[in-house]
Ligand binder design. Structure first.
Ligand code: CA
Ligand code: CA
Length: 248
């Protein structure tokens, strides 16, 4: 797939760094392009990392962005800039550009941290089985590489109740499930952008998904209520958070 923005001299590749115990993809991208426009003064290179739930290698509406994955921009092997994927699973860098010359020698390196769930790359590969750089979308004065991953996302089940019988647990017949409460999962220490956000249902529960193994769960309670949550990990790895609440 070629966009009108590029007319010649383009090559791109991605490569997994193999040999890891678990499939935590590291993807490197390289752009070598000859853009046509003479107006822009920078060229944008980025990644869009997402959960490819249906494993078709493409982003489909509703497929979850994967946040807080580290992306490095390298030029001739040296790190120029780095940052994390945002709420849309995107990290885009601007590189200097005179609007005419080729963009050469840039790479994007993408890694997941130790506490990220295991994922498998589902995008296009070359005949050696390595991910290729064919999977990108052109944007004005730039391109964004799609990084589709099929991940073993962590499920977090949340239950919130007014603990009427005061035994520190929900699900007793007299307890009152609390519905309509916002619940969010956060990457520890990053409380501005939730990994997932839901609202408790009529039975006081919500199911969150996370691309990290130990998300922080936040429940917004009514002002006159308070509670201390209890976290359980079930045998299948599912995490459950029970929040028995006392209200004035
Ligand atoms: Ca898909
Ligand atoms: Ca109770």
């Amino acid at each position: 797939m070629l966009s009108e923005v590029f007319r010649a001299g383009m090559s791109a590749y991605m490569a997994f760094h193999a040999g890891m115990a678990e499939p935590r993809p590291s993807v490197s991208l390289s752009a070598d392009v000859l853009p046509r426009s003479s107006e822009p003064t920078q060229f944008l290179i980025g990644t869009h990392v997402f959960e490819d739930a249906n494993r078709n290698g493409e982003w489909d509406t509703g497929e979850k962005p994967l946040l807080f994955y580290n992306v490095q921009l390298l030029h001739n092997g040296n790190i120029v800039e780095e940052g994390s994927t945002d709420k849309d699973g995107m990290k885009v860098f601007g590189v200097p550009w005179d609007g005419r010359s080729r963009i050469l020698g840039y790479q994007l390196s993408f890694t997941q941290s130790e506490d990220a769930v295991a994922c498998e790359y589902t995008g296009p590969r070359d005949n050696q089985g390595n991910p290729t750089g064919e999977n990108y979308v052109p944007i004005p004065s730039g391109r964004v590489w799609e990084v589709p991953l099929d991940c073993d996302l962590t499920a977090v089940n949340v239950a919130v109740c007014e603990d009427v019988n005061g035994n520190g647990a929900c699900f007793d017949p007299e307890d009152r499930p609390m519905d309509g409460l916002p619940v969010s999962a956060y990457y520890p220490g990053s409380f501005e952008t939730p990994l997932d956000q839901q609202t408790t249902s009529a039975n006081g529960t919500a199911a969150l998904v996370s691309n990290f193994t130990r998300p922080v769960v936040d429940v917004t309670l009514p002002e006159h209520c308070s509670g201390v949550n209890q976290i359980y990990e079930e045998e299948d790895g599912t995490q459950s958070v029970m929040l028995p609440v006392t209200c004035d």
